[in-house]
Design a protein around this ligand. Structure first.
Ligand code: DHB
Ligand code: FE
Length: 282
């Protein structure tokens, strides 16, 4: 049977991808950012922790989807996904290989569970998906895990509520538990933390709010389920809403969780870098 063994969340700041691609991770600006991922890189490289498949929850930033097509929840079911050209040419990273049978199974299980996912068979994947892989695995020839992309609309209003995201996580966990193959599966939530990229409040950081959010992933996840959109907007800036994707990860873990590692650093680009590793406490 497939097992959901851990949840990881991380910001997916494009600048971190640039730093890795251009060999700048040891520079003064980047060093403390990447230092916070060293623990996880070591942990995930151990055979007992290495997932066969990562269900990678992210948002597309007008690369694959635009105002013509706005799926709230989409799942990539193709065999592979190319890195998107976000204006500077595609990132020099490996093609993302899916476990398509598993992805179709998750789609079927979620849809029959009344979560009507959009099935995507052709999609380029942008920094939202490739930067988390880069910070965790560096620059390999091929990504060492299969990836099931789950894309969430957090760009164009109306975006899903945190509680809806949590419930999708629960549905994904049921799908994993129903899969007969023996797979070690992780779920990753990406985006955040507090950030606003444009307008008069550009550069807004709310360390206190972010810290409470990180704390409550273990201490009081019920509170997080019910944070309203307006609070994300007011307290964490216009792009802070990306954190609802962390709640898909947290909802999938269910029950009590143990925090294994945490990293928080300001600034990365003009945003807060946040990262946490959780496992089920049972
Ligand atoms: C930036 C873009 C993002 O999508 C994000 O989540 C954080 C930062 C940026 O352009 O700096
Ligand atoms: Fe983003």
């Amino acid at each position: 049977m497939a097992r959901l063994t851990a949840g990881i969340a991380t910001s997916h700041i494009p600048l971190l991808g640039v730093a890795i691609d251009q060999g700048k991770t040891e520079e003064d600006y980047f060093k403390p950012i990447f230092a916070g991922y060293e623990w996880t890189k070591d942990w995930i490289a151990r055979p007992e922790n290495r997932p066969d498949v990562v269900i990678l929850v992210y948002n597309d930033h007008a690369s694959a989807f635009d105002m013509n097509l706005i799926p709230t929840f989409a799942i990539g079911c193709a065999d592979s996904f190319q890195p998107a050209d976000e204006g500077w040419g595609p990132r020099p990273v490996p093609v993302v290989e899916n476990d398509a049978d598993f992805a179709w199974h998750i789609a079927q299980s979620c849809i029959l569970d009344e979560f009507d996912m959009t099935i995507i068979n052709k999609m380029d994947v942008d920094h939202g998906l490739t930067v988390p892989l880069s910070v965790m695995f560096g620059q390999p020839e091929a990504w060492p895990v299969k990836v099931v992309p789950v894309a969430v609309n957090v760009v164009t209003y109306p975006v899903p509520s945190g509680n809806r995201c949590w419930k999708l996580g629960e549905a994904i966990a049921r799908a994993v538990a129903r899969y007969p193959e023996d797979l070690n599966v992780q779920i990753w939530g990406t985006g955040g933390m507090s950030h606003q990229l444009q307008g008069p409040r550009a550069g807004l950081i709310n360390r206190e709010w972010d810290t409470r959010f990180l704390d409550d992933l273990t201490a009081d996840p019920e509170r997080l389920r019910h944070i309203e959109h307006i609070e994300y907007l007011r307290e964490t800036g216009s792009e802070g809403i990306e954190m609802v994707m962390w709640l898909i990860m947290r909802g999938a873990l269910q029950g009590r969780v143990r925090e294994l590692h945490r990293h928080y650093h300001v600034p990365g680009s003009n945003t807060a870098v946040g990262h946490i590793v959780l496992e089920n406490d049972q």
